[in-house]
Design a protein around this ligand. Structure first.
Ligand code: SAH
Length: 246
């Protein structure tokens, strides 16, 4: 099954953009996913082809019109058996998680709405079934980089896209924790060694060390994740010390 992405945007030339190269680009070439960009402006009805207007109540910037966006969205009519979720990228949305990405990647695809200016006329969300998703607590100038990030995260999970089928399972967030740190040759670099345990060949010890590091790093760097994971009830990070020399 092909994962079908349709992106509603004022800048269709941004797609597939960076997703046209590397793993995602190869997968696109192989037909594992498709990427269609729809120009929102094509659905403007006035002679100036306007897609935005000034904010009701005053204030800076411009707001994307609900009527134009709804027309663009309605033009992407999915067949009954291929109902893709429509997702608007907005800092007001639910923060994107790996769990949501996994669920999306397992489905038929996505319809993405990219905002610009001050964002969308809120009535759009009352009138159509549209999920609102945020890339994080940052403000971008447009939804396009967020759409590209969401698609990248989905595409790498599609069957046959990543080299080793197992390389996704240990990853950060997949277990509810950050991933353990990685090292590679040279063994000695600027006076620093790869932790001894990783060179021991003792797979049980290595697995235990990695689990411990993942717990410690999550607790220190992402107390929010650690808390959700079960905090003190999770795997104990006590006594874990990052081995950098040895
Ligand atoms: N006035 C808005 C920000 C608009 S930024 C506010 O303060 O909430 C313009 C567009 O960029 C948004 O409509 C959205 O599509 C996109 N955007 C900005 N930050 C984003 C984020 N963190 N996640 C997803 N999309 C974002």
């Amino acid at each position: 099954m092909t994962f079908a992405a349709t992106v509603l945007t004022l800048y269709p030339e941004m797609f597939p953009g960076p997703l046209g190269v590397s793993l995602a680009g190869r997968a696109l070439g192989e037909g594992r996913w498709s990427c269609e960009a729809v120009q929102i402006r094509d659905f403007a009805t006035d002679r100036h082809r306007s897609v935005d207007d000034t904010p009701a109540g005053g204030g800076a910037g411009m707001v994307l019109r609900a009527d134009v966006l709804a027309a663009a969205l309605d033009s992407v009519a999915d067949a009954e058996d291929l109902r893709r979720p429509a997702i608007a990228l907005t800092p007001r949305g639910t923060p994107l998680t790996q769990a949501r990405v996994r669920a999306l990647a397992a489905g038929p695809g996505v319809i993405l709405l990219c905002g610009r200016f001050e964002g969308f006329d809120e009535r759009l969300f009352a009138a159509r079934a549209i999920e609102q998703v945020s890339l994080g607590d940052i403000v971008l100038s447009g939804g396009e980089p967020a759409a590209l990030a969401l698609l990248d995260a989905c595409v790498r999970l599609l069957p046959g896209v990543m080299g080793a089928p197992s390389s996704g399972v240990d990853e950060s967030f997949e277990t509810g924790l950050l991933e353990y740190p990685h090292y590679t040759r040279p063994v000695e670099w600027e006076g620093r060694s790869i932790p001894e345990v990783l060179r021991s060949g003792d797979h049980a010890r290595i697995a235990a060390w990695r689990k411990q590091q993942a717990a410690t790093d999550t607790r220190l760097r992402r107390p929010d994740l650690w808390e959700r994971h079960g905090g003190a009830r999770g795997p104990s990070p006590s006594g874990a010390r990052r081995e950098t020399d040895g």
